[in-house]
Design a protein. Structure first.
Length: 149
């Protein structure tokens, strides 16, 4: 590994590329979330709940990058809309677990299908390109090694 790497360059170039990629993926997601009357953050929350059976409000906040009070309000709104159910822990009332309802499972399955189709048409990566990106991002995440939960 090259020891003389310019970390200032990495910090600015890498950070900029990650921000741009994040904005562009949100731009691809926006028309789909709008179609279902959901915000992008609501879709991301439903997506994370679709990957994990039960998550606490705190876990969801970490996964979607949203502060505790904000994610709590977002989950309350999703519950009112019938997409999730929330359950307070009997052992510790501060802990609230969230899970998808059947309505939530249906909508996130539809959204994931539409996003997959849109990505396939928009991005057009070969398997080799896709695997290279995933490998590089995994390496970056390992090197950052920051505890989030």
């Amino acid at each position: 590994m090259e020891e003389n790497m310019d970390y200032n360059l990495i910090n600015t170039e890498l950070s900029q590329l990650l921000r741009e990629t994040y904005r562009k993926t949100d731009a691809l997601l926006a028309p789909i979330s709008d179609k279902y009357g959901l915000t992008i953050m609501k879709v991301k929350t439903l997506f994370e709940l679709g990957k994990n059976d039960d998550l606490t409000i705190g876990d969801i906040g970490v996964l979607v990058g949203m502060a505790g009070g904000n994610i709590s309000n977002l989950c309350k709104a999703l519950e009112k809309e019938g997409y999730v159910s929330r359950k307070r822990s009997e052992k510790d009332e501060r802990i609230v677990t969230v899970r998808l309802t059947e309505k939530g499972k249906k909508i996130i399955n539809n959204i994931v299908e539409e996003i997959s189709e849109k990505y396939k048409k928009q991005i057009k990566l070969t398997n080799e390109e896709y695997n290279s990106i995933i490998k590089s991002l995994n390496l970056l995440n390992e090197k950052l090694n920051v505890e989030l939960m």
